[in-house]
Design a protein around this ligand. Structure first.
Ligand code: ADP
Ligand code: MG
Length: 707
């Protein structure tokens, strides 16, 4: 291949032999566009085909490798007409049959000529019609080239990597691609880890680690490989953690070296906060506020994450910090992930601050452009003190006159990138990030390496644990009666549907249609409102206001209400098709009730038959109200890959590493990274690492700047 000679890690994957446009497209769907990307697609398990078993010693039920000389082949048909290709072969110890269904491609003499030798790998099975004879059905095979029958075959006789298929790219094809990439690259796989780190950690080099991750040496412990614990695999995971940690460490160092705003706490600040507070803060809220205030007083930019379960009262803590900033003459930006949440924060804040002179404004994408332009003008002129909004806030046009504090609510809904964009809108504003996603503290510290973490680990005192129960189709009337009863007492209810309108999944009840039915047929005596993501902004705002004020008694909604919505008088939530929601999602949704001092109820509608996993989710949600417990269950059910995807955490998805499986490695890599940033082997080395990081982050995380 003329291309191959020039192949480097950065070459498009299409330069590889065997990859045409359509395969390239498949690979791209997994983020694989270069040869390097391909090599960073590790096997998810391995099979040991290194031991060749003599035919005589084969045992039914086992996976085994045999070497056979082909004796005869032939095509037979089953009574239903299915073609079976049968191969008889032998080794020194006996005769053996292999069979393939519907494999006309084998039936030419070209594949298995008598006399050929080949490896066969597969499950040994009893031949029901062959008087106790053993056979393999559809074994994988590798023919030994005649002229080099004695040389090492590619797959057989080795530990074989098994890759997750990518569309029609099956493990076997992927294996061939990996092997060809490694073959053509030869020694041309440059080291990425700095020499000083390699020396200290005694980790193997990158080239051989990549090679051995894909094609482990004979004799490597399968158990270690399965747990990603071989030296080569560990090195690859370490590398990934190391670079992330270096990036975060550099960023943190830079932030700490920036001069930030030293906010001053005065009597005026205290009075304003007292005027605003509608209740006594919990001791956790007081502690967290104190940590925030300490940061804000210091002339270094604050970078703090508040972690608190749904309903723990994060908003009020943030608003107190906002008052501190505003009293010091600065603007505050509060960013929320949905229009509904932004709107609600706006209404809540305006209400709480109505006796104070701050100018509070709302900026969401759905607003009319004239209205938006006017508002942007006022922000720029410094005529608005507290700006609440969605990602509209980080769009290019918004300029602040004196941005002093940035608050990001429900951080896990934003990417890393978005947070930094908003921060760049001010000189070096203080940053406060809030999330309800529970994550073990050590993990949070390592992952959000550039953040300090505060934990709100106490719910407001008036909370009564929510009661959650499941009901089936037959009990629907009772469920509706239950809602009727609560609403008649002056409380409010949510009814949540998974989809807005009819879809191809016709069995799903869509919110829009059910709204009609609920408002006209089921609850004609109540004021029922409808809320979903596709409503125009103004309508969303109006509906939220109606429900908040109690004017609407029953709110029919989709998952849009999942984050942040706060109406303490709502005490019942009915979730339709609860089996279709994720566990965290259910917990977040349920977090909308149980916010006042009244007993709240969550009713989950489930069909007669649900999948096993769905049943486990439902068991977990009914058994606990605690975010951490639920997160753990979620993690166990979904597996870390899905759980820690970029979407949920705003952190990069790893290719080799897995932050749960490799947690000790993560801590080790972080220590090494910090040490490296403090004291690199040489300036040259440091520069090279930063360059590598820059290109990596640009490509993988779309971050324009490392620090
Ligand atoms: P989350 O942490 O989920 O964002 P919120 O900030 O929305 O929670 O607070 C949940 C509800 O609890 C709100 O109605 C809020 O006014 C109320 N709340 C917060 N702190 C307290 C407190 N210390 N005492 C009583 N109610 C509180
Ligand atoms: Mg909130």
């Amino acid at each position: 291949m003329p291309f191959d000679r020039k192949l480097s890690l950065n070459s498009p994957v299409q330069y590889l032999k065997g990859v045409g446009p359509s395969r390239a497209k498949l690979l791209e769907s997994r983020g694989i566009t270069t040869v390097e990307d391909l090599l960073y697609y590790p096997p998810f398990r391995y099979e040991d085909r290194s031991a060749v078993t003599p035919v005589r010693d084969l045992v039914a039920g086992q996976m085994a490798t045999v070497i056979l000389s082909v004796l005869t082949t032939g095509l037979t048909r089953t009574r239903r007409g299915m073609a079976i290709f049968d191969l008889a072969g032998s080794d020194e110890s006996g005769l053996f049959h292999c069979k393939w269904f519907n494999a006309p491609y084998l039936s030419t003499d070209r594949v298995f000529r008598p006399g050929l030798k080949a490896y066969f790998y597969g499950k040994v099975e009893q031949n029901r019609y062959g008087r106790g004879n053993l056979q393999m059905i559809q074994p994988q095979f590798e023919i030994l080239p005649e002229e080099e029958a004695s040389s090492q075959p590619r797959e057989a006789g080795k530990i074989v990597p098994i890759y997750e298929s990518i569309g029609t790219l099956n493990p076997r094809l992927l294996r061939r691609l990996q092997s060809s990439a490694l073959g053509v690259l030869g020694e041309a796989i440059p080291e990425t880890l700095p020499a000083s780190v390699l020396e200290r950690t005694e980790l193997p080099d990158r080239g051989s680690s990549l090679r051995l991750t894909h094609f482990p040496a004979k004799g490597t412990s399968l158990d270690e490989l399965g747990r990603f614990r071989s030296a080569a695999q560990q090195r690859m995971a370490f590398e990934e953690f190391f670079f992330l940690s270096v990036g975060l460490a550099v960023r943190r160092k830079k932030t700490k070296a920036l001069s930030g705003i030293g906010f001053r706490v005065s009597e005026k600040v205290r009075t304003a906060i007292k005027t605003m507070l509608p209740f006594h803060p919990t001791s956790a809220q007081k502690r967290v506020l104190k940590e925030i205030v300490e940061d804000m007083k210091a002339p270094v930019p604050m970078n703090r994450l508040i972690q608190g379960d749904v309903g723990s009262g994060k908003t009020i803590v943030a608003l107190q910090a906002a008052i501190l900033a505003m009293e010091n003459g600065y603007q505050v930006a509060l960013m929320a992930p949905t229009e509904i949440l932004a709107t609600q924060h706006y209404l809540y804040t305006r209400n709480l601050m109505h006796r104070l002179a701050y100018r509070v404004g709302l900026l969401i994408s759905g607003q009319k452009s004239k209205e938006k332009a006017d508002f942007q003008q006022r922000i720029q002129a410094g005529e608005v003190d507290l700006i609440i909004g969605t990602h509209a806030l980080i769009e290019g046009k918004v300029e602040f006159s004196r941005l002093g504090l940035v608050i990001v609510d429900e951080q896990h809904r934003f990417g890393v990138l978005q947070r930094f964009r908003l921060i760049r809108k001010g000189a070096s504003p203080d940053v406060l990030i809030m999330t309800a996603t529970p994550i073990p503290r050590t993990l949070a510290l390592t992952l959000y390496g550039d953040l300090d973490v505060s934990v709100l680990d106490e719910l407001p005192p008036d909370r009564v644990p929510i009661r959650t129960s499941l009901f089936g189709e037959a009990n629907r009337p009772q469920a509706f009666e239950f809602i009727r009863d609560r609403v008649q007492r002056g409380e409010q209810a949510y009814v949540v549907y998974p989809v807005i309108e009819e879809t191809s999944r016709t069995h799903l009840r869509p919110a829009v249609r059910m709204y009609e039915q609920l408002s006209k047929v089921v609850f004609p005596e109540f004021r029922v409102a409808l809320l979903h993501g596709r409503l125009p902004s103004q309508e969303k705002e109006a509906v939220m206001a109606q429900f908040k004020s109690g004017e609407a008694q029953v709110l029919v909604a989709t998952q849009v209400i999942e984050v942040g919505v706060d109406v303490p008088n709502a005490t019942v939530m009915l979730i339709e098709h609860a089996d279709l929601f994720g566990l965290s999602q259910l917990h977040q949704l349920r977090g909308r009730i149980g916010r006042g001092g009244v007993q709240s109820y969550c009713l989950l509608a489930v069909p007669e038959c649900v999948t096993e996993v769905a049943q486990k989710r439902l068991d977990a949600i009914t058994a606990s109200n605690d975010g951490f417990t639920i997160a753990e269950a979620d993690l166990a059910l979904r597996g870390p890959g899905e759980f820690f995807g970029t979407r949920q955490w705003g952190v990069p998805a790893f290719r080799m590493a897995n932050i749960l499986r490799d947690q000790t490695l993560l801590e080790w890599a972080k220590r090494e990274a910090v040490q490296f940033v403090e004291k690199p082997g040489s300036l040259e080395e440091f520069k090279r690492v930063m360059e590598y990081l820059e290109t990596q982050w640009k490509r993988r995380y779309a971050l324009s700047q490392v620090a």
